[in-house]
Design a protein around this ligand. Sequence first.
Ligand code: ARG
Length: 318
Amino acid sequence: MKKSIAVLTAALLSVAMISGCGSEEESSSSSAASAEGSSSAASTAEELGPVMEDIKSTGTLVMLTNATFPPFEYTSGTEVAGVDVDIAGEIAKDLSEVLGVEVTLQVSDGDFDSIVPSLESGKGHVALAGMTVTEERQQQVDFSEPYISSSQYIIQPEGSNLQTMADLAGKRIGAQLGTTGDILISDEIASGSLAGTGATISQYKSALEAGMDLANGRLDAVVIDQYPAAAIASQMEGLKVSDASISDSESYAVAVAKGNEDLLEAINATIDRLNEEGKISEFMTNHSTTAAEEAPAGESDTAEEAPAGESAVEEAAA
Ligand code: ARG
């Protein structure tokens, strides 16, 4: 199908960009560990950070996400699947080795805008949610190296021709609450190029729901990240994506609570390994087709299975 190929090509290009600008070699995890105690086979002889300690003692890596964002996370039956789940599985695998105990991955699906607070309050160990590194979020959590680059696109009815920010003047725009797409459009409406044009923003708990309102004619446009835009448009009748992006480039990274250098180091080592092995491109390829087939979000029969769909949060307190 035409659309899948487009998604795929874009995805592969973008992964190549990220791995191309690969990081400097990080020193290995055991550098400071040998001051005195002779220690065990696992290279983490010294004290673990709080989150590492918890992962070790529970043998579980809890990943926070919001599974309404194909191909990165989406529900497939009762499971959450996607590129981010695969990456987290690899992180868990590598952590098993680093910690010398078997670590299993557990996915915790919640609202996108609760992920950062949940990380801060220890409700999960890592967040993988196609989450863009932003300065504001960096005040609250730490990020790994980036693993995907993306930017914002406009989903719209097939008959529309919305290609730029200026084209959104006066339009009814939807976005997922708390995402960079929401922030971008809300800022433009409050004090940027969309101010005074009559453009409005409706903020949804789930991007899929915003897509449905677009398909139903309640919105003129949905602003969302590149690959989810392509996935949602290909899943719903009568929708397409703008030809170009309307934002600066964004980088996705894994987030962890502040003060967990050892965990970040392990995560970065996994990301490096996955890039070297071409795995992230492979995950993108797998889920770009699977997500489109398995999550026909426009169809009612999956609605019962998809807990993510609550009602839209219209016009959150401006
Ligand atoms: N990249 C955007 C952001 O970080 C959107 C992420 C939405 N992710 C999700 N799993 N719903 O704000």
